[in-house]
Unconditional design. Structure first.
Length: 589
């Protein structure tokens, strides 16, 4: 027995010595193995696989055959049978307004409402969420009154006036919550009885209030009046906890939609909430913060630059500063985008210069010089610019300015034109020539086509949301949802809406049959790339994420159907069944 024991001891010692001197270690088993899937890796070869191994937050193996993953499975490995589900790199949304999204989830969303039943239903929903005494605000009623949601522009519903609500429609259900909600154009607001009394207006009407024949307030308040100012001053700000709950609601929506990261148009206050969520381990999506372009000098003084956590100022790939967001023009929904020629339905309107270029109502060198100076201050602080430009003139002027910077020796890697909605033929090649990213929002076309041709005509619409022309001219496309939308339109965060719009070019109801300007359709593969590896490239991180490869961060989205094989008209039926962020399963259906 002693001899046998000694022999065993010698064998173990020899084995240990062999491993030590030959640099070998027993292989560590995976924490998670995903198997039996249809995996589109979006690697350089655009290869496919069946299984993935994850250790910690890193992908440690990608296997073409399911059996090859067996050696990575240990006693403590969580093995997920994907049962043929379709797997992509984690979907990255390059354009959200995070704090606004949470507000539309937990506060009033009246965009599709233009009747009493819809109003009461939505206000009842919000009351069930809020505590007594909390205000219900905004709402944006009537955004789809003229054209229904999903309309392709053929069924305009003209009428003498917009629908106008009355406080009597909701007074009986809002006895404990003041209400001050607005029409989508912000020109008219509705206050309930509780709100009117809070502002001491119910028994003391002032200028700007609509009264009935008996002199009783109907609740309608007109913007820019004494009554409006009194009510606005009476509104109590949302509590910190209410704002945090809105953030949590938005994060829930993101993980259920398979979104692993957002590029957020972040305010300073929202950034503080992100820091709190991060500390509480509640941040279930990566966040690339995009502060306003005007903050470059301030951030430099605070020793903050791209890639740094907003509190610790350390390198971070979960919550960190990104580019600076600027604006050159307005939006199509309010006739504010800048064009070389006027709007067809408003012959005196060319759009307007916005914020960073608003020194002059008409174009002059001062407009763009102001933008140039702000960009230069941002570059000195280590931030690249991402600039909103929608109309053909807005896009052209922005490309001109980027060209000036390139001629001055500036490397334009990571510079973006945000939206790039309407582009002149001569400007398509300039994105590639300048190495500028086109950050686009495909779902806009599904919503905007209801009024696009009426506003800018058929010829200019040929350059609208022209993703095929951009790709064919060598541009890098970056996809974002613009969630939750503008005051005139509601956008969806689920990537199926964006992918569907890009490849089918239809409304959510399937119109028009062949697609709107179908020559501008792109493939599903190209759409997935714009949502994954391209968006990682846009944050200078395509070397560590954006594709499913060994050594990259484990960000993964799993869909219930194969997006590469199903008919385009079925894309809107697809659902996310799992979301993995930084190696952690944050959503599982």
């Amino acid at each position: 027995m002693k001899s046998g024991f000694l022999s065993l001891f010698v064998l173990i010692a020899f084995s240990a010595t062999f491993f030590l001197f030959n640099g070998c270690k027993p292989e560590k088993k995976a924490d998670i193995v995903l198997r039996n899937g249809i995996i589109y890796t979006v690697d350089a070869d655009r290869s496919h696989a069946e299984a993935i191994a994850i250790n910690g937050n890193i992908i440690t193996g990608v296997f073409k055959n399911d059996e090859d993953a067996e050696k990575h499975i240990g006693r403590n490995t969580r093995v997920v049978d994907l049962k043929g589900s379709f797997v992509t790199p984690g979907m990255i949304d390059a354009h959200v307004h995070f704090n606004r999204a949470g507000a539309l989830i937990n506060d009033a969303n009246l965009m599709t409402v233009s009747d009493e039943d819809g109003l009461r239903e939505e206000i009842n929903r919000v009351i069930s969420i809020l505590d007594d005494g909390e205000w219900i605000t905004e709402g944006l009623w009537g955004a789809y009154e003229q054209w229904a949601l999903g309309d392709a522009g053929k069924d305009r519903h003209d009428g003498p006036d917009f629908w106008r609500p009355h406080r009597n429609m909701i007074d009986d259900i809002t006895t404990k919550n003041p209400v001050f909600i607005c029409r989508f154009d912000y020109k008219e607001w509705l206050a309930n009885k509780v709100a009117l009394k809070s502002a001491n207006l119910y028994d003391n009407p002032v200028e700007g209030m609509e009264l009935d024949k008996d002199g009783i307030p109907t609740g309608i308040i007109f913007r820019g009046t004494e009554a409006f100012e009194k009510l606005r001053n009476a509104v109590e700000p949302k509590s910190h906890e209410r704002l945090m709950d809105e953030n949590r609601a938005a994060l829930k929506a993101l993980r259920e939609a398979g979104i692993v990261e957002v590029h957020d148009i972040a305010t300073a206050e929202q950034t503080k909430r992100f820091i709190e969520l991060d500390k509480n381990n509640e941040l279930t999506a990566r966040v690339w913060l995009r502060p306003d372009l005007s903050r470059g000098e301030e951030l430099k003084e605070k020793d903050i630059t791209m890639g740094l956590h907003p509190e610790t100022k350390e390198d971070c790939n979960i919550l960190r500063y990104g580019a600076l967001k600027g604006y050159i023009d307005g939006i199509m929904g309010t006739h504010g985008a800048l064009f070389f020629e006027p709007y067809d339905d408003q012959p005196d309107n060319y759009g307007h210069w916005r914020r960073h270029t608003s020194d002059c109502p008409e174009f002059s060198e001062r407009n763009m010089e102001k933008m140039y100076n702000l960009i230069m201050k941002g570059l000195e602080a280590g931030f690249v610019p991402n600039i909103h430009a929608i109309g053909d003139r807005g896009v052209a002027e922005m490309l001109d300015l980027y060209e000036r910077l390139k001629n001055e020796g500036v490397d334009l890697t990571g510079f973006r034109v945000i939206h790039a909605q309407v582009i002149r033929p001569e400007d398509f090649p300039r994105f590639n020539d300048l190495n500028v990213i086109a950050e686009v929002n495909p779902y806009h076309l599904s919503d905007d086509m209801r009024w696009m041709e009426e506003r800018i005509g058929y010829e200019r619409c040929k350059g609208a949301y022209a993703f095929r022309s951009l790709l064919d001219n060598g541009a890098v496309l970056s996809f974002g949802s613009d969630w939750p939308g503008t005051s005139a339109a509601q956008y969806h965060v689920h990537p199926k809406y964006t992918i569907y719009a890009a490849v089918a070019r239809k409304t959510v109801t399937g119109e028009p049959k062949g697609g709107w300007f179908p020559e501008e359709k792109i493939t599903v593969e190209e759409a997935i790339e714009a949502y994954t590896i391209n968006n990682a490239y846009a944050t200078f991180e395509d070397d560590i994420r954006g594709s499913i490869e060994a050594g990259k961060l484990a960000d993964i989205t799993v869909f219930n159907r194969n997006l590469l094989e199903i008919p385009h008209d079925e894309i809107l039926e697809v659902e996310v069944v799992m979301t993995i962020v930084d190696g952690e399963i944050v959503f599982e259906k």
